[in-house]
Design a protein around this ligand. Structure first.
Ligand SMILES: Cc1cc2nc3c(=O)[nH]c(=O)nc-3n(C[C@H](O)[C@H](O)[C@H](O)COP(=O)(O)OP(=O)(O)OC[C@H]3O[C@@H](n4cnc5c(N)ncnc54)[C@H](O)[C@@H]3O)c2cc1C
Length: 540
């Protein structure tokens, strides 16, 4: 057993669930959650599963030993292997709680520079080992799981935690060169002294990395204007089995297909993103936020569409249905709730907010008294309903784990669809999901929200909470997810708006993607990764 470098971050990350080992809900919070969900679902008997102990979990012996040249880089420590087995989807948490770590990687590589990383990739090529890049490990689509076929003699999870610095800041162009393994909070902390910010906030912000965001085309929240990480990527540096590929920095270029775009959404299948020059923004000084209530989701969605089509660019334009508002404590369940937020480093926002609220009122929106005016503080967006929602948003993953411990099926999925199909689409997906969940579990709560809205369409998000049967909760969820995804594809939506493809969405992605594009992508992979070791099973 080798453990070459200890994690630089303390406290230690949970090996089975979200966040740190000392994070999560305390006993009183878990008890309150149990009462609330029990009442909501009409379930009286909810027993809490114990947290797994590392010494008890099923973890196979590694299939190879680290060669002497890599002892300082490859860890085969029990904790590291268990902690790198899964991402953080519901199906991952369930398997973790059940102590099933049978697909653990044989080793975890912790390279501290590109030279060590190149040696790890060469070793994987030589020994036919799957090489799986690992940023924050927050994948919800099986993107980091070593579910690989018999061609491979084992798997190495390549953790980028030591690629954790901002290397250069170009204040004039408002951009920075940032290493791929940097997690959200550290990245923002390093930019703060320059008055700059990436302003990319996926819900997983605390425990996900720049390289992971780029590799999955992550979507930020509080970001209707700049939604996907794509918008911020100026150039990338990627270590591939065929060598290093570094694209040049341009604010824009018409010189052929853009090389850096190839790596957006590449999911570790083409190489390891070690650095990127990222476009930044000044930290906002002015903020305005408001909420409006609607009699139903349809009226709220119409208002959201008109607000973005008016070119107002709110940073936040998020619509919660009644159930979602109730779940997050931002409403009583009787009304849909539109959360609007504008921000700027440069100017007041009253005119834009006034126009957005007048559109909302045009669709019957009741605007909450005392909201909407510009505040020159960092705290404006956090008051009232929006503040309640934000707190719950960050706590959400811990709540999800707590509900999973109570034997629930609890998971979300997201998609995007153009406005012309939206109404029929939303109704069909909600119906298919509710029917499937009720069939599987007997009773279910399915809620919906619009997380991102565009001039040409919206990204609806759905959450399912249902009492799972005692065993086989992964299969129960899979049945619901298949029904939901079939409805999504049949009604013109995408298999994912921002969660990537991974291993879980592969069969559906293959149906969405043009065949010739798959061939072109396959050719690019062959050029960069001729032996096919890079994250096999995702994308291709
Ligand atoms: C509770 C929760 C909330 C979430 N909220 C959001 C959200 O709001 N928006 C959103 O977009 N996603 C969200 N996600 C999904 C996930 O956080 C994103 O996909 C995120 O971008 C993954 O980043 P990561 O660093 O954790 O990547 P990992 O999970 O480590 O890896 C994800 C994929 O990227 C590859 N990869 C990672 N790093 C690199 C690298 N340096 N080079 C090449 N490939 C790499 C991996 O091989 C894998 O295929 C959420 C997940 C959870 C559990």
């Amino acid at each position: 057993m080798t453990s070459p470098r200890s994690a630089e971050s303390t406290p230690r990350r949970s090996f089975w669930g979200w966040g740190n080992e000392d994070g999560g809900l305390d006993e009183a919070e878990r008890e309150a959650l149990k009462m609330m969900m029990g009442a909501r679902l009409g379930v009286t008997e909810l027993t809490e599963l114990a947290i797994p102990r590392l010494e008890d979990v099923r973890l196979p012996e590694p299939r190879f030993a680290a060669p002497s040249s890599l002892v300082a880089v490859l860890s085969q420590d029990r904790y590291e292997r268990a902690a790198h087995t899964y991402g953080k989807a519901f199906r991952d948490i369930v398997r973790g709680l059940e102590g099933d770590f049978t697909s653990a990687p044989d080793a975890v590589a912790l390279p501290k520079d590109e030279e060590e990383l190149r040696r790890v990739l060469a070793f994987c090529e030589e020994r036919s080992l799957a090489a799986i890049p690992y940023g924050g490990g927050s994948s919800v689509v099986g993107g980091v799981e070593a579910r690989v076929d018999g061609r491979f003699g084992g798997a190495v999870s390549i953790d980028l935690r030591f690629f954790n610095r901002v290397l250069e800041v170009d204040v004039t162009s408002r951009a920075a060169r940032i290493q791929g393994g940097m997690l959200g909070p550290a990245l923002e902390e390093a930019l703060r002294p320059h008055g700059l910010s990436l302003r990319h906030y996926p819900q997983s912000f605390e425990f996900s990395s720049l390289g992971g965001w780029i590799a999955t085309r992550a979507g930020g929240h509080y970001a209707t204007l700049h939604t996907h990480i794509d918008d911020f990527v100026e150039s990338v540096r990627v270590v591939t089995p065929s060598g290093v590929l570094a694209t040049r920095r341009f604010p824009g270029s018409g010189a052929g297909p853009a090389p850096e775009r190839l790596f957006l959404g590449s999911e570790g299948a083409l190489g390891v993103i070690t650095e990127a020059w990222m476009r930044l923004q000044q930290r906002p000084r002015f903020r305005a936020s408001a909420t409006a209530r609607f009699v139903d989701f349809r009226h709220g969605a119409e208002a959201a569409r008109q607000i973005v089509q008016a070119g107002l660019h709110p940073q936040n334009c998020r619509l919660l249905d009644g159930g979602e508002a109730l779940n997050t404590g931002a409403g009583d369940g009787s009304r849909s709730l539109l959360l609007l937020g504008f921000e700027s480093a440069d100017h007041g926002l009253d005119a834009a907010m006034e126009r957005a609220l007048s559109i909302a009122r045009g669709f019957g929106g009741e605007v909450k008294e005392g909201t909407g005016s510009t505040r020159e503080t960092g705290e404006g967006a956090r008051d009232g309903d929006a503040g309640t929602w934000r707190t719950m948003f960050l706590k959400g993953p811990y709540l999800r784990d707590a509900l999973t411990r109570l034997g629930m099926i609890v998971e979300t999925f997201e998609t995007a669809v153009t406005w012309d199909r939206f109404e029929a689409f939303h109704a069909a997906v909600l119906d298919a999901t509710t029917r499937a969940a009720t069939e599987v579990a007997g009773t279910a709560v399915v809620t919906s929200r619009l997380t991102h809205v565009y001039p040409d369409g919206a990204a609806p998000y759905f959450t399912v909470i249902a009492p799972g049967k005692a065993s086989g909760r992964v299969a129960q969820w899979d049945e619901i997810k298949i029904a939901a995804t079939e409805a999504i594809l049949a009604h013109g939506g995408t298999v994912t708006h921002h969660h990537a493809v991974g291993r879980d969405h592969r069969p559906f992605y293959d149906r969405e993607r043009p065949d010739l594009f798959a061939s072109a992508l396959g050719a690019a992979k062959t050029a960069l990764d001729p032996r096919g070791i890079m994250n096999p099973g995702v994308l291709l």
